[in-house]
Ligand binder design. Sequence first.
Ligand SMILES: NC(=O)c1ccc[n+]([C@@H]2O[C@H](COP(=O)([O-])OP(=O)(O)OC[C@H]3O[C@@H](n4cnc5c(N)ncnc54)[C@H](OP(=O)(O)O)[C@@H]3O)[C@@H](O)[C@H]2O)c1
Length: 248
Amino acid sequence: MSGAWSTGKPDYTALDLPAPPPDRPYVIANTVMSADGKSVIEGTEQGIGSAVDQRLMRELRVSADVVLNGAGTLRASGTSSRLGDVALEAIRVERGKARVPIAAVVSRGGDLPLERPFFTARDFPAVVYLSEAAPEGRRAAIEATGRPVVTLPEGHEFAGMLRHMRHELDADVLLVEGGPTVYAELYALDAIDEAFVTLGPVVVGGADTLTAVAGEAFTRATAKRLTLLSAHANPETDEVYLRYRVRR
Ligand SMILES: NC(=O)c1ccc[n+]([C@@H]2O[C@H](COP(=O)([O-])OP(=O)(O)OC[C@H]3O[C@@H](n4cnc5c(N)ncnc54)[C@H](OP(=O)(O)O)[C@@H]3O)[C@@H](O)[C@H]2O)c1
C-alpha cells in the first residue's frame, strides 16, 4: 500500500504545493465533517474531530501564509493562526517563512467579537477584511483594537480580498478554515485549489444543520469535481483523512 493510500495519520507538514496563480494565493481548504456531512454540532465544530484532526489542522498551518475564517466562525468558536508547537514553527522558519501565519477574518457587517484573542492577542499577526458596506462606527471600533482593516468593494469582496493577500501580503498559500458560507463564496469564484476533509465517526442529523459547504447549490453542470490525492484511515480515531484537488 503506498503512502497516499494508507492507515494511520498523514503528514501534512510536507505538502508539495504548486506556485500560486497571478491574482490570488494557492488556496487550500480544511474541514472536519460528520459521517452525514454536517459541519457543526450544537452550534460549533467542536466535538466532530479528534485531537489528531486538530493536529492535522495545525500541520496545514505550516504551509500557510494566511489563515482565513469567516466572521461566523469567529463569533461561534474564535480563531487564531497559532501552531501551538515550536517544532511546527521551526519547520516554517527553516523554509524562510514567519514563525506563524497571518490570521484573517472576513466580514460584511463588521459585528465582530472584539474581546476575542483574535483582536487582543499579539503573538500572531491578524488582518480584518471588511466590506465597504459595513457601518463606519463598526469599522472604527475594529480599527481601535489595533488590527489593520482592509476595505473591500461591495459585491466583489472575496476577489478583492484574494488580490490583496497575493499582492499586498505577498501570500503564496492561503489556508481557509471555514466556515461553510466562506467555502461557498470561494467555490463559486472557483478559488479553491485543494480540499482537506476529515470524516468523523459521528452522525449529527438535522435538516437545518450546516453542511460542509453552504450557499447556493451547484447544478450537475457547475458542481465542483474533485480528484482524490490521498486517503488515510485511522483505526485509533475511526476518522478518515482525505485530500482532494479541485478539477479545472
Ligand atoms: N466543521 C468545520 O470544519 C468548521 C469549520 C469552520 C466553522 N465551522 C462552523 O461553522 C459555523 C460558521 O459558519 P458560517 O457559514 O455560519 O459562517 P462563516 O463562513 O464562518 O462566516 C460567514 C460570514 O462571512 C462574512 N461574509 C460572507 N460573505 C461575505 C462577503 N461577500 N463579503 C464580506 N463578508 C462576507 C459574513 O460576516 P458578517 O456576518 O460579519 O457580515 C458572514 O456572516 C460555526 O458554527 C462554526 O463552528 C465548522
